[in-house]
Design a protein around this ligand. Structure first.
Ligand SMILES: Nc1ncnc2c1ncn2[C@@H]1O[C@H](COP(=O)(O)OP(=O)(O)OP(=O)(O)O)[C@@H](O)[C@H]1O
Ligand SMILES: [Mg+2]
Length: 424
């Protein structure tokens, strides 16, 4: 039986120690006293800050957006992006910190942002997010005991992890011939320090101060629900398809229930399939992929059209054969992930009456990998669920001097989510 659904935890850094601070559900979510690095669904709140800068570091580029928080909409003051050379960031992990620092310096020189304080989003294989049911304890004791309770579930030594959790539900489980067992269902977040610190270090070397680190999937949930919880409470998936990371988050009413980060998969696996198919250069394969998309979705210009002969195999261009194969396995990966969510939500409902929806009402796409022509339709067909692009623009007011074009809309989602909700 669900007794209450509320509460939050925050992560505060004291010298080199991380401390979990839990908030009793009765008083609602609280904020850290001195936010440094945290993973939380709560907006980063700093009443003194006039503007907020969200920084999205992806493997193809770095993008930053500066916002003036507002009640209903935030105003975008500045936007800039700078491409990253291949190999600087791979699968969401910093490989070449110096090159990343150089790109961030260039980003600040280009963007002329009014602040050097940033919020970062991360998604990589060093992050683990999973639901756990633990014996209920008063929040202060729960916080103390968490490290010991979860250490066996972590893929890394507990001392090497940044830990945080969201309280999803408190419940009482009936037990035969015994008093009911009071439990807390949490979403545990553990991020290996070694995959977080290099981002913060690269930013510091570029003269930037990191005021918060958030999970990219959590930022996307906030980008979608910046003004608070969606009262309909249906489960909705947000899928970010990057170059070589896919992040899937299922949330209900703005509360994340499930996260899976799939490194090594994304738009680049489709480019790679085309490249291998023809022994082309990466640039040729990338350009061809973007223009041909999936069958029926080619967007060739007049000049390109002249080079393509009419075919009788249903393809607009022979390279679509490779695009289909790679896109189909990407879609299968996403589909398996959502199947897993449904199965585990149903299992939790049977085991302890957890009150989370098992069906995913719709899927929203972010990340430039989702721009592949026909991918949305392919996903919709395979998942049997409505699939749409995640649109953050209803919550963002653009200004003339922001250097933002409609082409940048997909690239804005993560940065917008990192700053979302602060004007509430
Ligand atoms: N118009 C387009 N059509 C198809 N694919 C595209 C298009 N534009 C970009 N892509 C693909 O999107 C991918 C990059 O997406 P995105 O910019 O979201 O990734 P990233 O944030 O840099 O990387 P990651 O999140 O994986 O670290 C690349 O694989 C690129 O080929
Ligand atoms: Mg990305």
């Amino acid at each position: 039986m669900v007794l209450s659904v509320a509460g939050a935890a925050t992560l505060t850094r004291h010298a080199e120690q991380w401390e979990i601070r839990a908030t009793p559900s009765s008083t609602g979510p609280a904020l850290p006293m001195t936010p440094s690095t945290r993973f939380s669904l709560l907006p980063f709140e700093d009443p003194m800050a006039r503007t907020l800068v969200g920084l999205d570091i992806g493997s193809t580029g770095v993008r930053a957006a500066e916002f003036v928080p507002g009640r209903r909409r935030s105003t975008l003051r500045r936007f800039a992006s700078v491409p990253l050379a291949p190999g600087v960031v791979r699968s969401g992990i910093v490989v070449d910190g110096e090159a990343l620092t150089a790109a961030l310096r260039e980003l600040w020189a280009t963007g002329k942002f009014g602040s050097k304080e940033v919020r970062l989003g991360i998604a990589n294989s060093g992050v683990m997010v999973r639901q756990m049911v633990l014996d209920w304890m008063p929040p202060a004791d729960f916080r103390q005991a968490l490290r010991y309770q979860v250490q066996d579930a972590l893929p890394m030594p507990v001392d090497d992890a940044n830990l945080d959790y969201h309280l999803l539900e408190e419940a009482e489980l009936a037990q035969e011939n015994e008093d009911p067992r009071r439990v807390a269902r949490i979403l545990l977040v553990a991020a290996a320090r070694e995959v977080v610190d290099p981002f913060v270090d690269a930013a510091r070397h570029a003269g930037l101060r990191t005021s918060g680190v958030d999970l990219l999937p959590f930022a996307l949930v906030r980008a979608r629900t910046p003004n608070g919880l969606d009262p309909s409470g249906e489960a909705e998936a947000i899928v970010d398809i990057g170059a070589d990371v896919v992040s899937v988050v299922v949330h209900a009413g703005g509360v994340p229930r499930f996260v899976r980060i799939i490194p090594g998969v994304g738009g680049d696996s489709i480019t790679q399939a085309v490249q291998h198919g023809y022994q082309w250069s990466w640039e040729d394969a990338e350009r061809t992929k973007v223009f041909v998309g999936l069958p029926g979705h080619a967007t060739l210009d007049e000049f390109q059209r002249q080079t393509v002969t009419v075919r009788d195999d249903g393809l607009d261009h022979p390279a679509q054969k490779h695009v289909v194969t790679a896109a189909t396995s990407l879609v299968a990966e996403i589909s398996t992930t959502l199947d897993f969510y449904r199965a585990s939500a149903a299992e939790a409902a049977t085991a302890d009456g957890a009150g989370q929806p098992t069906e995913v009402a719709r899927v929203l796409l972010s990340g430039s990998g989702s721009r592949l022509g026909g991918l949305r339709e392919l996903l919709e067909q395979r998942l049997g669920t409505r699939v749409e692009a995640l649109d953050v623009m209803p919550f963002v007011k653009t200004t003339r001097g922001s250097h933002f074009t409609p082409d940048d809309e997909t690239a804005l989602a993560v940065a917008a989510g990192l700053c979302a909700g602060a004007g509430r």
